[in-house]
Design a protein around this ligand. Structure first.
Ligand SMILES: [Zn+2]
Ligand SMILES: [Zn+2]
Length: 395
């Protein structure tokens, strides 16, 4: 791209300076500060005391602002996957603002469009425009005049959401930067440190600046990596993927294939063993009466989606394998292929029946569910052996 053609008029200056500036400072000033502090003598002037407190604040702010986005902005406000009492709402609005990802209202408006038009041009963070665009590029450049916001009428009726929307940058600055700095100073002052100002500076750099960048990059992965890395056990009609390792970076949002298939479920990692701390917090908050009406997709519907998807991949894998086999092996494998086709067909039929049963709320009985789960397992094993045979056939 020639520089004179660079779309300077499209740059979102304030957002860009903030995002790039905080990231650059975290990569330069923060390590330099830590390095010089490490090499200062214990009684040197300017030596920071109270590092344990500073890092404890970092951890607290990391989780508080991260859950502000995943539990608050995402699962509560964008998807209404549960109802929350005002203290929970206030908490996620305050700490969501301190993650500097815009107001809950704007975030939800963009996110609802993302689900409605996923992978299409209208998708605000369309992954088909590449990793960089979906991760952060969409925030740096204004690609077209922003369409009027019409999909968050429910949130506009919530005075707490509107209060945060009006003052979001001030709230973010106060909660995200000024408060940890003041707490650092107070900790130093009341503990009688030689220079409480240095503890305040360390708190500003670590719990304020560095934490903002780490949480932003982590939550931005929901729009980028979650649409690139992992498997698609529930659907291949969209780019969203399930990945345990991306879940580690994103407070449990890495199970994004499930999430796009069943967006109103408060769980993203729907299996009990999947790493989804956001789900665990919501579940715990329900136990102490702070949230209610958790929405769960019935197990039968989830299994129906898995069966359907497995039937599809099994079907396409058999065809690929059959096309590659030479005449002699084809005869030998004919029986396996026929069996695989029969299984794929059965999966598809059972998936339809199960979905129907789930929709009409008919009782599906644990025996049937167990039988279908073992059918799913059988298909997974067959797929595995077919893929091995396929690898053998091409070798
Ligand atoms: Zn998505
Ligand atoms: Zn979502």
């Amino acid at each position: 791209m020639k520089f004179r053609n660079f779309p300077i008029y499209r740059i979102e200056w304030i957002t860009s300076i903030f995002l790039i500036g905080t990231a650059l400072l975290s990569l330069t000033v923060v390590p330099w500060f830590l390095w010089t502090q490490y090499h200062l003598a214990a009684d040197a002037p300017g030596k920071v005391q109270g590092w344990a407190f500073v890092w404890a604040m970092f951890v607290f702010y990391y989780y508080a602002t991260g859950f502000g986005i995943t539990l608050g902005y995402h699962r509560l406000f964008s998807h209404l996957s549960f109802k929350a009492k005002w203290p929970v709402k206030l908490f996620v609005l305050l700490f969501g603002a301190a993650s500097f990802e815009n107001s809950a209202l704007d975030w939800s408006a963009d996110h609802r469009i993302h689900h409605k038009h996923v992978d299409e041009d209208e998708d605000p963070y369309d992954i088909s425009k590449g990793f960089f665009y979906a991760h952060i590029g969409w925030l740096l450049f204004r690609l077209k005049p922003k369409p009027p916001v019409t999909n968050v009428k429910d949130l506009e009726a919530d005075p707490l959401v509107m209060w945060q929307h009006r003052y979001v940058q001030w709230i973010g600055l106060t909660v995200g930067f000024i408060t940890p700095t003041l707490l650092g100073w107070a900790w130093g002052y009341f503990n009688g440190y030689a220079s409480p100002g240095m503890t305040a500076l360390a708190a500003f750099l670590i719990a304020g600046l560095l934490r903002t960048v780490v949480v932003q990059q982590g939550t931005f992965c929901i729009n980028s990596l979650c649409h690139m890395v992992g498997r698609q056990p529930y659907s291949t009609t969209h780019s969203a993927r399930d990945s345990g390792s991306v879940a580690l970076l994103t407070f449990g949002e890495g199970y994004h294939n499930y999430h796009h298939e069943f967006q109103h479920d408060y769980r993203n990692g729907v299996k009990a063993w999947q790493f989804d701390p956001t789900k665990w917090i919501i579940w715990s908050l329900e136990k102490i009466g702070m949230v209610q009406d958790l929405r769960r997709v019935p197990d039968a519907r989830i299994l129906a989606a898995e069966l359907k998807e497995k039937s599809r991949t099994l079907g396409s894998d058999i065809d690929k394998l059959a096309a590659r086999l030479d005449a002699r092996t084809r005869e030998l494998k004919a029986r396996t292929i026929a069996a695989a086709h029969a299984l794929a067909k059965e999966l598809a039929e059972r998936s339809e029946a199960l979905k129907e049963a789930a929709l009409t709320k008919a009782d599906v009985g644990t025996e049937t569910m167990t039988e279908l789960r073992s059918l799913l397992q059988e298909a997974a094993e067959m797929l595995e052996s077919l893929r091995r045979a396929d690898a053998g056939a091409t070798a």
